[in-house]
Design a protein around this ligand. Structure first.
Ligand code: ATP
Ligand code: MG
Length: 197
């Protein structure tokens, strides 16, 4: 491609982008869903949270499934003055196999989430694995949708989980699907600190 063709193309691209930017004028918080079977949902949410923290924003994380307690992200963020980090009561369901206990823990975590969704001093909330609560019917999705709709105008919320309940998708502003094309685990590589947790 000649230099002048490149220049003309870039100029028209810039005009299209500038027009799009001029049209996006609304200022409000967004609901972001990160779903799919690939690796990168929680780490993307925490990465975006780090971005917010860098700008002085106040954030909270609720992990609806407690896996390993000592994840790198927990160790890194837990004492940060702008971050409140909450882990739901107990371990993996397939380890505990106690549905009553799971539901009680889910309800407790949701009660906290609901409070945070009414508190405009939080700029960003991360609900890690919230979607899992609907898949296993530990929580009813309707009150969650209502609470998300009624949250403070500038509050951003990120929800992660492999599958996402449709009512959440209907009210979301951004939905990204992390596709699983390949994962080292299936090549026989052991889960490692700093990559998996
Ligand atoms: P990450 O926390 O690395 O961003 P994730 O949130 O997208 O991962 P989860 O479904 O929450 O994925 O699973 C968490 C753990 O399982 C991580 O240790 C991750 O590396 C691993 N994992 C994620 N996707 C896959 C996959 N497709 N195959 C095997 N292991 C996976
Ligand atoms: Mg995750």
């Amino acid at each position: 491609m000649s230099d002048s063709t490149h220049k003309t193309r870039m100029a028209s691209k810039k005009a299209v982008m500038d027009a799009k930017i001029a049209k996006a004028t609304e200022e409000r918080g967004v609901l972001i869903l990160l779903k799919g079977n690939g690796k990168g949902k929680s780490s993307s949410a925490f990465g975006t949270m780090a971005r917010s923290v860098g700008h002085g924003k106040r954030c909270a994380v609720i992990q609806f499934i407690k896996g390993r307690t000592e994840t790198g992200e927990f160790k890194f963020f837990k004492d940060h003055p702008q971050i409140d980090w909450h882990v739901m009561g107990h371990g993996f369901t397939w380890e505990t196999q106690d549905k009553t206990q799971d539901i009680a823990a889910a309800k407790k975590a949701w009660a906290l989430a609901e409070r945070l969704l009414q508190d405009d001093s939080y700029d960003m909330l991360v609900f890690d694995e919230l979607s899992y609560m609907f898949k296993y019917q530990y929580l009813d999705v309707n009150p969650v949708v209502e609470a998300l709709k009624n949250r403070p105008k500038m509050q951003n919320v990120m929800i992660t989980g492999r599958t996402m309940a449709l009512p959440l998708q209907e009210i979301a502003d951004t939905i990204s699907v992390i596709q699983d094309e390949r994962h080292a685990f299936r090549l026989g590589v052991k889960a490692q600190k700093g990559i998996e947790y």
